[in-house]
Design a protein around this ligand. Structure first.
Ligand code: C2E
Ligand code: MG
Ligand code: MG
Length: 265
């Protein structure tokens, strides 16, 4: 590819992304999170999917970055929040409660002055307790926030929404700063889980993150758990929760409910 060809692919994808929302090409999949204590379901993460009629499935790793650069992340992020809340409302009609659904929040969303009001409105509209919603914010985007954006986090926490730091270990956290954040959960990045249990570096890093998180009274979850040996290592080291292909790949809302939820009637 020469540069101009790459640029025109990018512009084309941007135009398609602008239309994806109104054309109903976006959806949410759900991946279960379980407790290592009793292997019970404790929550789920909502993950966006883009199915394009001719380009097929486009990975969020590709289009979320694009959306963050061109501002589309604001309407897309709002769509994700609304759909996750609507889905929880629907599940509440039929199924037993199972723990919070987490939504990934981009750094730019924290800068919206209306974010808190919007979340309060969604919780009211869909008759949800604030604790039903968890927001996952990556370590990198949390660490580059302004004071105002951090104030928004404190307000969300005060409302009762749960907060998690995603992809932990890949950024540059100042520990004193980390301690001042109103976080509930620390999510260990999957890049450190991959080498478990044999890679001594990954094992040392994961042990250290678990010890750090526990001493700061965060709940700890590992993402990207693919093997029984990884699960066993994490359980022995005191990690509370796991998420990954070992339990399930992300599923459509219907498949997730059929596989993991218990009817309440
Ligand atoms: P993330 O939030 O860290 O999500 C975890 C990613 O790991 C997901 O990729 C998930 O499908 C994948 N995964 C789950 N289990 C395993 C496993 O056992 N092994 C491996 N190798 N991967 C696993 P996905 O769905 O492609 O999403 C990629 C990233 O895109 C997410 O990383 C998140 O940063 C972003 N993203 C996804 N949905 C949204 C969204 O609604 N809003 C925003 N702002 N970002 C999103
Ligand atoms: Mg996440
Ligand atoms: Mg992650």
């Amino acid at each position: 590819h020469d540069l101009s060809a790459q640029a025109s692919v990018r512009v084309g994808l941007e135009q398609e992304l602008r239309r994806a929302l109104e054309r109903g090409q976006l959806s949410l999949f759900y991946q279960p999170k379980i407790s290592l204590h009793d292997l019970q379901l404790i929550g789920a993460e909502a993950l966006i999917r883009w199915h394009h009629p001719t380009l097929g499935e486009i990975s969020p790793d590709r289009f979320i970055v694009l959306a963050e650069e061109n501002g589309m992340i604001i309407p897309i992020g709002d769509w994700v929040l609304e759909h996750a809340c609507q889905q929880m409302h629907l599940w509440n009609q039929t199924y037993e409660p199972f723990g919070p659904v987490s939504v990934n929040l981009a750094g730019a969303q924290l800068h919206q002055p209306k974010l808190l009001g919007r979340i309060q409105q969604l919780l009211r509209t869909y008759d949800l307790k604030p604790g039903c919603l968890q927001l996952e914010i990556t370590e990198n985007s949390i660490m580059s926030q302004t004071e105002e954006a951090l104030e928004a986090l404190h307000q969300l926490k005060h409302l009762g929404v749960q907060l998690a730091i995603d992809d932990f270990g890949t950024g540059y956290s100042s520990l004193s700063y980390l301690k001042r954040l109103p976080l509930d959960t620390l999510k260990i990045d999957k890049s450190f889980i991959r080498g478990l249990p044999d890679d001594p570096h990954d094992a040392a890093i994961v042990r250290a993150i678990i010890a750090l998180g526990r001493s700061m009274q965060f709940s700890i979850i590992a993402e990207g758990v693919e093997t029984q040996a990884q699960q066993t290592f994490l359980a022995a080291e005191g990690c509370e929760h796991i998420q990954g292909y070992l339990i399930s790949v992300p599923l459509s809302a219907t498949e997730f409910a059929e596989t993991f939820l218990r009817t309440s009637i």
